[in-house]
Design a protein around this ligand. Structure first.
Ligand code: WT7
Length: 651
């Protein structure tokens, strides 16, 4: 855990109670909710599930818990799409905006709940006509356009679990995910816009499709069109507009069991192989609906904007399922924050009078660096609440966000959670919690967390340890697709019966949680999870590389950057050209987010006697810290040589 991070956290001592005005109007403002929920957490969640969702059939048992296997709302029947769309069109919300979309080039569309209802049903009918059935996996590889959301909801409607793959991932990453899920259909677009360039989604998909025998059908939405043509394979590839033109306008929602799979979402772990996180229907919908309502204080009048991509869990839970289940109006933006200029986000906030903004610390740090003149050009007075997610937010960024975006008046909710947890777990409640910049504060009502040492004992206040969740919660992952052993091994073996998050944390004297980063071989680059091994595999795949060790290093904007120590094979020259080639190679193999910031050539890697690479040492070297204890090294001279070599390169 980085001492620099802790030092920074200790510098800011101001605290921020909710204003009386905010407190008064908040969806939840009774502080006794924490104790009430803790008294009987199962009853608490059961009551929420009943009140917040529409069930076709009631459940018999709220929770069956055989650690690590949980079943929530057992026997209940519901449909996620019905809860996000159908139930709203029966009310005045039929003509309320569900999605306000802005494309990067400036084109816009508004879809009401009524529009969404129609489009989702048409697309669901189209999927059915192509032979997609309940239980079939559908892969979605899309830009940030309304059709990404429509495709997800259509899958949920017919009970076909979706597996959304972020549009920034490479062809190979896409193929791996399709194959692991054995997806039957792929939904994609000809392309998307990013910084004025076309992201060639269909061309990437074509490369992937040469290695994905399970895919029977491909549906392509025409986002770019014009002169930009893509290859369409006869019999396999269909245009979205052709399929939906005459598709039946009604397609009733499939009654799903509470524990039926809603979706798979791949994320990185500490090995090279991404894991397919499984989320089921009833518990997940309960978790995301309640947290969206309480953490973001969502009201019918709000214009809510989560800047994540639907390819990540933040997009799943807080662009799609959570907000739409609450009947909210959501902004969806396709492109980059600095295109055409660095004020794009603030122009969007002003244009649509956004009231809630949920973004990541990496973005906030970039805005800080660009300067406050960009937000100052726009009227941001509509904002009333700000959120942060993805990585620890440094107090400096928190204060900047508070002052320059929130105008000093908006509560900030720093929300800690994971793909696996499905919903927000540690967070302020904006009408209750006094916030401290840099702290995610307290577990959400009905969630119980602890910080343990290696022996599984709770650590004292102000001591770092492992963050664990000590009781089941409705939106918890039900496992890893096709790999039950890895599920038990990764999350449930370190501390019996308790969920191991992979994060370090400490609690202060007030019981507030301070997240300290990952304690495993996962690195967090701009709020995106990468496994060091995944990047290492991509590197050794290059003919010039004999061996590689990858670590996360401190990065001013991205939180963490990627540093790779590389041993070059004989016959290759370790020069700048090769560094660039290798960076490009990794970006092409995985995606741009994995592109190493630094490639450090070395003759040897520091290893323990058992042959494990000593990453801590590499980190010390890369970040220029003094060497610690090296006695477990096979050859301590290696480290000294590496350190000198590295210091030489830095100049
Ligand atoms: C990891 C989960 C959850 C949506 C985005 C990332 C880190 C996430 C915070 C936060 C400190 C955070 C953790 C976690 N993380 N939010 N508010 N404060 N750290 O989802 O890709 O599954 O990554 O992101 O390290 O384990 P993810």
């Amino acid at each position: 855990m980085q001492p620099t991070a802790i030092d920074a956290l200790l510098q800011e001592t101001r605290t921020f109670p909710p204003s009386e005005a905010f407190r008064q109007q908040a969806n939840i403002n009774d502080p006794t909710i924490y104790e009430r929920a803790a008294q009987d957490f199962v009853a608490f969640w059961a009551q929420q599930a009943e009140q917040l969702l529409e069930w076709f059939e009631p459940w018999q048992t709220p929770l069956e818990w055989q650690p690590p296997y949980a079943k929530w709302f057992v026997g209940g029947k519901l449909n996620a799409c019905h809860n996000c769309v159908d139930r709203h069109v029966r009310t005045w919300r039929r003509n309320k905006a569900a999605l306000i979309w802005e494309g990067e080039p400036g084109d816009t569309r508004v879809l009401t709940y009524g529009d969404l209802h129609r489009e989702v049903q048409q697309f669901a009918s189209a999927l059915k006509s192509l032979g997609v059935r309940k239980g079939d996996r559908v892969c979605i590889y899309m830009p940030m356009i309304p059709e990404a959301v429509i495709a997800m909801l259509a899958c949920a409607r017919i009970g076909a679990p979706h597996s959304v793959v972020f549009g920034g991932f490479s062809a190979e990453a896409l193929a791996d995910r399709i194959n692991d899920a054995q997806a039957k259909a792929l939904v994609t677009a000809d392309g998307g816009w990013r910084r004025g360039n076309i992201v060639p989604l269909k061309r990437n998909a074509d490369d992937a499709l040469r290695h994905t025998p399970s895919i029977e059908t491909v549906i392509v939405y025409q986002r770019i069109g014009g002169d930009y043509t893509v290859n369409m394979q006869d019999g396999r590839d269909h245009w979205w507009h052709d399929l939906t033109r005459d598709a039946p306008l009604t397609c009733p929602p499939e009654p799903m069991d509470s524990e039926d799979l809603l979706y798979l979402l791949y994320t990185s772990g500490s090995t090279g192989k991404p894991k397919g996180i499984m989320h089921t229907t009833g518990g997940y919908m309960t978790g995301v609906t309640l947290t969206a309502k309480w953490v973001f204080d969502l009201k019918d009048e709000d214009i809510y904007w989560c800047t994540a991509d639907v390819g990540w869990v933040t997009g799943h839970s807080y662009i799609v399922y959570g907000p739409l289940s609450n009947g909210a109006t959501c902004i969806l933006y396709e492109g980059a924050p600095d295109y055409p200029d660095r004020d794009r986000f603030w122009a969007i906030v002003e244009k649509y009078r956004a009231t809630i903004l949920y973004t990541a610390p990496t973005a906030i740090r970039a805005f800080m660096k660009w300067g406050e003149q960009y937000p100052q050009k726009h009227d941001l007075s509509s904002l009333r609440l700000l959120g942060s997610v993805g990585e620890p937010i440094n107090p400096e960024a928190w204060m900047w966000y508070h002052e320059h975006i929130g105008g000093g008046r908006c509560p900030i909710v720093d929300t800690w959670w994971q793909t696996e947890t499905g919903a927000i777990m540690i967070t302020p409640l904006p009408g209750i919690t006094t916030t401290k910049p840099g702290s995610a504060t307290r577990p959400f009502p009905g969630i119980a967390a602890a910080i343990l040492n290696d022996q599984g004992q709770p650590v004292d206040a102000n001591h770092g340890g492992y963050l664990v969740i000590t009781q089941p919660w409705p939106s918890m992952t039900r496992g890893l697709w096709g790999d039950p052993e890895r599920f038990v091994q990764t999350y449930w073996s370190k501390f019996e019966g308790r969920y191991f998050t992979g994060d370090g944390a400490r609690q202060d004297d007030d019981g507030y949680f301070w997240l300290l980063g990952r304690v495993d071989d996962v690195i967090n680059v701009s709020g995106h999870r990468l496994s060091t091994m995944e990047v290492e595999s991509a590197l050794v795949d290059h003919p010039a590389v004999a061996e590689a060790a990858v670590i996360g290093i401190h990065h001013e904007i991205k939180g963490q950057g990627v540093a790779a120590f590389v041993i070059v094979k004989e016959g290759y020259t370790a020069d700048e050209a090769l560094q660039n080639t290798l960076k490009q190679h990794v970006a092409q193999k995985i995606g741009a987010i994995a592109r190493p910031d630094q490639i450090i050539f070395t003759a040897e890697l520091p290893k323990t006697r058992s042959g494990k690479i000593m990453r801590r040492l590499l980190r010390d070297i890369a970040e220029g810290r003094a060497l610690g204890d090296t006695t477990t090294l096979a050859d301590p001279a290696v480290v000294q040589a590496l350190k000198e070599k590295y210091e030489g390169q830095e100049e």
